[in-house]
Design a protein around this ligand. Structure first.
Ligand SMILES: Cc1cc2nc3c(=O)[nH]c(=O)nc-3n(C[C@H](O)[C@H](O)[C@H](O)COP(=O)(O)OP(=O)(O)OC[C@H]3O[C@@H](n4cnc5c(N)ncnc54)[C@H](O)[C@@H]3O)c2cc1C
Length: 382
């Protein structure tokens, strides 16, 4: 096993780390308080090539490998988990499915502007009544000649109100046992796409999350992604890739909580000495650091397997499960280490604690990750 990052991977990580420290860390608290999507920073992130990190250079992308893009997501989340999730969704569940299943024309039309930083992408699978059980979705896409007509309500669309286009999933054959669902690429400004004002969330507050209603929305057949009936496969395959990214996001949040705590324990005094000298707190910091490193290894393994074309479903679920649960433990500890100051917005750990919470929920809850992992554990050739 070679644990060393190569020179390119280190260079990309360090470049983004520098950007995050200068442009994101100082403002993340204010964006969170105002629940404001920081357009100005996204313009710069787009110029840095972070909207199309794994998109090949021939489509204007950065052409990075999967390990580098996860390292970038960790660094972004260390600064601001909201910023990270918009970049993660654009790369993992908008660009990636188009790269894997799109026609040459679709790649030219949708990947080129996204990769050049013109707009963010979104992914619309969940519905108000359907989340974990993705196959039970209800939105329909009825074929009329050269078009599909989309109708139905979608929920929880990250970047719904700020994206340029969405990958949307709907039923094309509601009666079929398999192959009921198809994927579509839909620009947000298409007639019949109605974006509902954003949710008021506990955390990742500067990332807008919207319900979207499709009302007789006409989409040409040329915007269907993959074959008719291939939608569930496309959605699940994309989510496998996304999960390593969410694991990286969780590691970034936890790393920020650790760094804030290491600083605090050296400044704060109690009983006449810095609180960092108390063994009780040292033990907590050591546990956080060890678990962060373990979670990082897990997401790097999942990303490496995917990059080499090996099966990565279980590895991605293990990484997402462990990293997201770990980020919740680490941010809880960070609040505790800060005492009363951990409970107010003057210190970043209050935001990190709220931001970590969603990582065990989106892109598959912890319970769903356990189901996925159990399948491998219980299969005879596991
Ligand atoms: C901030 C945010 C952003 C999101 N962004 C997106 C997005 O961009 N695109 C998108 O499509 N979706 C998005 N989602 C939706 C997210 O993926 C779902 O919330 C998630 O998949 C869970 O679905 P649900 O909320 O319907 O919960 P449910 O599926 O109703 O689950 C409720 C509870 O039941 C448990 N449960 C369900 N089935 C089982 C089972 N078989 N065994 C054991 N336990 C089970 C779950 O783990 C959970 O604890 C987002 C969600 C949030 C909160």
């Amino acid at each position: 096993v070679n644990w060393d990052l190569n020179e390119d991977q280190r260079m990309v990580r360090d470049m983004v780390r520098e950007f995050v420290d200068a442009e994101i860390v100082p403002h993340a608290g204010e964006w969170d308080q105002e629940a404001r999507f920081p357009e100005e920073v996204f313009r710069e992130l787009g110029e840095l090539g972070l909207f199309g990190m794994n998109v090949p250079e021939e489509y204007g992308g950065a052409g990075l490998d999967g390990i580098s893009s996860c390292l970038v997501l960790e660094e972004l989340a260390r600064g601001d988990a909201s910023t990270c999730v918009a970049i993660s969704v654009t790369n993992s569940v908008f660009c990636a499915p188009i790269l894997m299943y799109g026609t040459e024309e679709q790649k030219q039309r949708w990947l080129v502007p996204c990769a050049s930083g013109e707009w963010l992408g979104a992914f619309s699978l969940s519905e108000p009544d359907v989340g974990s059980d993705a196959g039970a979705l209800r939105a329909v896409a009825e074929r009329h000649g050269d078009e599909y007509v989309l109708n139905g309500s979608k929920a929880w669309v990250t970047s719904g109100e700020v994206c340029g286009a969405l990958v949307v999933f709907a039923l094309t054959d509601p009666e079929a046992k398999r192959g009921r669902i198809s994927g579509f690429i839909v620009p947000r400004d298409t007639e019949g796409v109605v974006v509902i004002p954003k949710e008021h969330k506990m955390g990742i507050r500067s990332s807008p999350t919207n319900q979207i209603s499709f009302e007789d929305c006409r989409v040409p057949v040329s915007q269907r992604l993959g074959a008719e009936g291939q939608g569930l496969e496309i959605a699940l395959r994309s989510l496998d890739g996304g999960r390593a990214g969410i694991a990286a996001q969780a590691v970034g949040i936890a790393q920020a909580a650790l760094e804030a705590s290491l600083g605090y324990v050296q400044e704060r005094e109690a009983f006449g000495r810095p609180i960092g000298l108390f063994e009780g707190l040292q033990g907590r910091l050591v546990q956080m650091a060890a678990e962060i490193r373990a979670a990082r290894c897990l997401y790097l393994r999942a990303a490496a397997l995917r990059a080499s074309g090996q099966p990565d479903t279980t590895a991605a679920s293990e990484a997402k499960l462990f990293a997201s649960e770990m980020a919740n433990r680490a941010t809880y500890e960070a609040v505790q280490i800060h005492g009363g100051y951990g409970y107010v917005a003057d210190y970043p750990v209050e935001r990190l604690y709220r931001d970590a919470r969603v990582t065990t929920i989106y892109e598959g809850t912890s319970e769903i990750q356990r189901l996925v992992i159990a399948r491998t554990l219980l299969s005879p050739d596991a």
